[in-house]
Design a protein around this ligand. Sequence first.
Ligand code: ZN
Length: 88
Amino acid sequence: MNPESETRQLWTADIRGNFDMGTFFGEVICVHGHPVRLFNVHRHHIVTCDMCSTYIHVGSNLMSCWRQENSDVWEQNRRSIEGYRLID
Ligand SMILES: [Zn+2]
């Protein structure tokens, strides 16, 4: 087996719904090339694609910035994805 084919075998993209999970939570993109938003609802980090009307939970407490936010911000964020489909 040559090294090139080995690399291809090790790298398998993590695709969930319309999201390509990348290599860490800050790298999540929409497979359709749509712009995505990364924001917090309390300590939970959410990535959403407004054009696909979907969102995915990418982690909790990985960024400390949620501590500077308040319940108004989280409520606004939560409302911004109301009716969107959650991708597991
Ligand atoms: Zn999309």
